[in-house]
Design a protein around this ligand. Structure first.
Ligand code: RM4
Ligand code: MN
Length: 425
């Protein structure tokens, strides 16, 4: 068992050095020696080494708000170049070995060829994201639209996505529906649920034995009055009715302010219905900022529930994905930073002394239990992760290694001409 005690002992014995680390000018190398990998149990370091964080292809394309998209130099022009950029993130972090595609943004003639290209770069194609929100026909909804012909069109797109999964070998189809209404009375809320259930059942029936569908909910936007899959309860109820191959996606930006997301995570894990995360940060609504940037404590609390619920164990098959947009920051370093933020939250969650926590909880020791959690959260795990990277043959500082590689200049010089990718290509 850990660990936090050992780490604490170690911190104690290095108190002087530890304090010195806060003095400006101390070299990275010196502070890195503070919490060495040797101070945590093997099980923790091997879990961290085996972590799998999936990257979204669209994070590498141009994005912005409805007011302005600021293009960046070197942005990919096609899915092949998006895969190249995603592979950079994996090259320097070692824990981002797959990239999710968005159809039709990432439509190619030959998916097997794109898969080979990814494999050559050391990554795999991951989750297939459907898109039923950008066609003129979908103004009043896609799978919940009152017009059966439009529902059929949406269903055909979802079935096409499963064809893509067959070609790419992807396990998961991610469904997010922009469906909803803007005005009371605009449509029949119950009828829309029936339409949704009907389409979901048709897609579910098309899934192969090793394929799953993961259903994402979102409180509002683009619809402002009612949304057809607005919360985890609605997604959970549909998934429960569909069967074991249907699970819920928790996008961390898709809740009302103040929602206890870790409770949702704990609940879904307990019910074996947590399929995936879409990680990002929000201050206000669905901001799609870098995960762990707005509220690292919340991310830790989520990862604490993941660890407690066995969500990091391979058998549970929870997909950890990023769903972000880098509107003003460079995209590849933005993804690297995000992966590191998830790693840090995971490491802290793994450091929680669960035996001490359980004992304090059983004793009704409110402050003691809280202290166990806070001890783990307040541990600086950066030296530990740097050491783990070194053991994996990586540079301990992924962002600096990427910067030194010159890749950003290379793509800015080489990727001239053509249309830069964005939401729509
Ligand atoms: C949605 C949702 C989906 C993502 C799209 C681009 O808000 O989060 O996961 O595919 O945005
Ligand atoms: Mn999402």
């Amino acid at each position: 068992m850990l660990s936090i005690r050992n780490v604490k002992k170690h911190i104690e014995s290095n108190r002087n050095l530890w304090q010195a680390a806060t003095i400006p000018g101390l070299k990275h190398e010196e502070s890195r020696t503070l919490t060495a990998v040797s101070h945590v149990p093997k099980a923790i370091s091997s879990t961290l080494k085996g972590q799998h964080i999936e990257l979204p292809s669209w994070a590498f394309g141009n994005s912005g708000t409805r007011f302005k998209v600021f293009p960046q130099a070197g942005v990919p022009r096609d899915p092949y170049e998006k895969v190249d950029d995603a592979a950079q993130v994996h090259q320097y972090t070692g824990v981002a070995p797959s990239v999710a595609l968005h159809i039709p943004w990432d439509r190619v003639d030959d998916y097997a060829d794109l898969g080979r290209h990814a494999a050559e770069r050391g990554v795999a194609l991951g989750t297939i994201n459907s898109n039923t929100f950008q066609d003129n026909d979908y103004m009043l909804g896609s799978v919940c639209n009152p017009d059966p012909a439009i529902r059929r069109k949406a269903l055909d797109h979802l079935l096409e996505c499963v064809d893509v999964m067959d070609a790419t070998g992807s396990r998961d189809l991610k469904l997010w529906f922009a469906d909803g209404t803007n005005y009371p009375g605009q449509d029949d809320l119950r009828a829309r649920q029936n339409r949704l259930a009907e389409v979901l059942a048709a897609v579910y029936g098309r899934l192969g034995p090793n394929q799953r569908m993961v259903l994402e909910y979102k409180l509002f936007e683009p619809a402002f009055y009612s949304t057809d899959v607005p919360d985890w309860g609605t997604a959970f109820a549909h998934c429960l009715q569909l069967g074991p191959k249907a699970k819920v996606v928790v996008d961390t930006g898709h809740h009302a302010p103040g929602t206890n997301i870790e409770f949702i995570v704990a609940f879904l894990l307990r019910a074996d219905k947590l399929g995936a995360f879409d990680f990002n940060s929000r201050f206000y609504a669905d901001d799609d900022l870098m995960v762990g940037s707005a509220d690292p404590f919340q991310l830790f609390r989520i990862m604490h529930e993941v660890v407690g619920g066995g969500g990091l164990e391979p058998g549970l098959e929870v997909a950890f994905m990023l769903d972000q947009c880098h509107n003003i920051e460079p995209k590849i370093p933005g993804q690297i930073r995000s992966v590191m933020n998830v790693q840090e939250a995971t490491a802290k969650a793994l450091l929680v002394d669960r035996t001490a926590l359980a004992a304090a909880q059983a004793d009704g020791d409110v402050l003691g239990a809280n202290a166990v959690l806070m001890d783990a959260y307040n541990t600086d795990v950066r030296p530990l992760l740097a050491g783990i990277r070194e053991e994996m043959g990586l540079d301990p500082d992924p962002l600096d290694a990427y910067r030194r590689s010159g890749y950003a200049d290379l793509i800015a010089t080489e990727r001239v001409g053509g249309a830069q990718a964005g939401w729509g290509a």
